[in-house]
Design a binder for this molecule. Structure first.
Ligand code: NAG
Length: 176
């Protein structure tokens, strides 16, 4: 992305009453997390790691793609992603917002999903690569509405998406 990045669109719908199921029914309006797992040790003194893994899907009809995103850090430290971290392909990235270190509490996943769209490139400029890369910015809430956590004995806590639930991440801005 260039310093001259311009805002192509932001969703006016986001400012109004928020029926995200309706908004996200339009392909390309939202990123979606349909697979999500998190694990942390149940013993606070454990030297083990906290780990989170999820799949972000961009269901845009023309530029659809998905990526695996993951983070792990020594339990009890604050080494979770606070700045953008690439997913399995660098077109996707994420970080956590408002996270307190415990996977069993609410937090926000901030994400980007990018692709090349020749329609935004403008006229070709000799000696300059086409400026056709679009970045979508989205965020979604990890809450008990969609994610459940269970503690297994004294060893670990495991969190997963409830049946038929997904984390909706409305796209609030695009730059090119
Ligand atoms: C996420 O939570 C915030 C704060 O409660 C809320 O304003 C926002 O609409 C939620 N976003 C989604 C996609 O559910």
């Amino acid at each position: 992305m260039l310093f001259s990045a311009v805002l192509l669109a932001s969703s006016a719908a986001l400012a109004a009453a928020q029926d995200f199921n309706a908004i996200c029914a339009t392909p390309g309006a939202c990123l979606r997390i349909k697979q999500f797992f998190a694990i942390e040790p149940a013993d606070p003194k454990s030297a083990d790691h906290t780990a989170i893994e999820f799949n972000i899907l961009n269901d845009n009809a023309n530029f659809g793609a998905s990526a695996e995103c993951e983070a792990d850090w020594p339990y009890g430290t604050e080494d979770w992603p606070k700045q953008r971290k690439d997913c399995s392909i660098p077109d996707f990235s994420f970080y956590f917002n408002g996270f307190n270190g415990d996977i069993d509490t609410d937090f926000v996943i901030e994400a980007t999903a990018g692709y090349r769209d020749p329609a935004v490139a403008g006229p070709p400029t000799p000696g300059r690569a086409p400026q056709d890369y679009v970045t979508n910015f989205a965020r979604g809430n990890v809450t008990k509405d969609v994610v459940a956590c269970e503690t297994f004995g004294v060893s670990y806590k495991f969190c997963y998406l409830k049946e038929d639930k997904e984390i909706l991440m409305p796209i609030y801005a695009k730059t090119a």
